[in-house]
Design a binder for this molecule. Sequence first.
Ligand code: 13P
Length: 255
Amino acid sequence: MTPRLKIIAGNWKMYTTPTEGDKLADELITALAGIDPGNKRIVVMPPFLHIRSIAERFNGVKHASVGAQNCHFENEGAYTGEISAAMIKDAGAEYVIVGHSERRQYFHEDNALLYKKVSAALAHGLTPIYCCGETLVQRENGSYFEVISKQINEGLFDLMPDMINNVIVAYEPVWAIGTGKTASPEQAQEIHAFIRNLFAGQYGHEIADHVLILYGGSVKPNNAAELFGMKDIDGGLVGGASLNAADFAAIVHAA
Ligand code: 13P
């Protein structure tokens, strides 16, 4: 089997003005300049407003691309305030996060809706990074395998095999997001192997062996190498630490 890529994606969430975003992008380009990309891919995921400008800045940077944090499921229409996958793609992005726990929690996005968003992203040539993960209550009451299985099944598994090939999964335990509390490498590995196994059951081993599964939740320069060293962890979806060029570059370096 050819080794899987490592993807390090920075989710900026609702941080930085466009001016600050441009500055951070320039700092990142400088900080990443000395790193041999090898089989790594870097994805910067700023707010929608910044995508065009940051995509232009990253244009000449090999192995780096830009992504969005959400999209609507329709191409266009009377959906005031929404942004479609077609618009995101045209602005220069190649990836889009779908189903981040903050969208599930604050905007009540459910698996059925997320399936439509994943489909829209794929239809427009964007690579969806589909997020799943349990809350602290679900971790503690032991229902987390069931929760994750449902999120993956309902959000992804109606896709045809030629489509699922273009999907990336991110496991982000909600209790580890922005809390400074990371899943241990063993805890994360257990879930990543479980997710890969769900893929094997649905699509067979060939597809399961190739699907990229990222870990997210308080990834920092001091824990990245250990997490990314686990067999089924193919990189990270980084929040807070992606807002600091030196920290993000150190995490990329660790991969
Ligand atoms: P933190 O790295 O800040 O915990 O955020 C993780 C995350 O939600 C990335 O999508």
